[in-house]
Design a protein around this ligand. Structure first.
Ligand code: NAD
Length: 287
């Protein structure tokens, strides 16, 4: 059996069209969206990412500005800068680009982003809304994973889900989003691997989500026949970009599988745009 490919680009395109329509309606009411990305220090790989972000915002009608702050900025001054953006009427969404310089408490700075403008869903209050089963501005990648699974039409009720990776922006929120649909969710991580138990869990997964960042960590021949495989990982292997799952072998066993690149990535970008427009609606009491 050869898996159906979960084409992230097509799903992303549909989300973008919906966002575009919403922005047109807002514009008729005189409301505009502006996303501000805050970066501390110069970082070439961030610059590439932020340029791509700017392009996708501008293509859809969202204003985008990058603020590059001095690498020596203190934590207090960085928080003050974010608080200024929180109050700025024109700014409707705030992104804090990581990494931050050593000695700056990332969590403290993320917590200072206004809950209403936190379009990446990193403020603890927005993460907390997921626990309540009412996700609003949730982390974009976690929402993208859910969107991809939903696009297959699979009913999550009672499904064996294995989430490999337990980061705050992917593994943990994905697990909560899926358990709320009554999936049976097992979260695996480095501890699972080091105890030699990863393979046993993966073999049971009807839905497998992997967000680790290790090229081909999951061997294709252990994928359950017919499983849905969502590969979040992005890794450089030689001159190629590959995921955490051995795609070529896994696709012969899976029912659905995301490619890397072209799977989770484009949907994540589209969700950022959707979160941005949702933030604008909420700020204007239209949500
Ligand atoms: P992270 O680095 O914060 O966490 C990694 C997780 O993997 C941890 O839970 C860790 O315990 C686990 N882990 C590490 N080694 C392991 C092993 N051998 N076996 C099992 N688990 C192991 O990760 P993150 O920020 O969630 O990112 C994970 C990957 O997803 C990275 O490749 C990142 O680039 C990618 N990513 C992609 C997108 C996208 O839009 N496509 C978005 C975010 C992250």
């Amino acid at each position: 059996m050869s898996a159906k490919i979960l084409a992230g680009k097509e799903i992303a395109e549909k989300i973008k069209q919906d966002v575009k329509k919403d922005l047109e309606i807002l514009r008729e009411k005189g409301i505009t969206a502006k996303l501000v990305a805050v970066q501390v220090g110069k970082n070439p790989s961030s610059a590439v990412y932020l340029n791509a972000q700017k392009k996708s915002c501008q293509a859809i009608g969202i204003n985008h500005e990058v603020k590059i702050l001095d690498n020596n900025i203190s934590e207090a001054d960085l928080i003050q800068f974010i608080q200024h953006l929180n109050k700025d009427k024109e700014t409707t969404g705030i992104i804090l680009q990581l990494p931050l310089p050593q000695g700056v408490d990332v969590r403290k700075v993320q917590s200072s982003i206004s809950v209403e403008k936190d379009v990446e869903g990193v403020n603890p209050a927005n993460l907390g809304w997921i626990v309540y089963g009412r996700p609003f501005l949730a982390p974009c990648t976690a929402l993208a994973v859910k969107e991809l699974i939903d696009s297959t039409g699979i009913d999550l009720y009672g499904k064996e889900v294995v989430m490999v990776g337990h980061s705050d922006i992917v593994g943990k929120p994905v697990s909560l989003l899926l358990v709320d649909k009554f999936a049976t969710v097992t979260i695996c991580h480095i501890g699972t691997s080091e105890k030699g138990m990863l393979e046993a869990h993966v073999k049971m997964a009807e839905i497998l989500v992997v967000a680790v960042g290790k090229a081909h960590l999951i061997k294709g021949d252990i994928i359950k026949e017919g499983a849905t495989v969502i590969d979040v990982g992005i890794n450089k292997l030689g001159d190629k970009i590959v995921g955490d799952v051995e795609f070529e072998i896994a696709k012969e066993r899976a029912g659905w599988i995301t490619p890397v690149p072209g799977g989770v990535g484009p949907v994540t970008t589209a969700i950022l745009l959707r979160n941005t427009v949702n933030a604008v609606k909420n700020l204007n009491k239209l949500a």
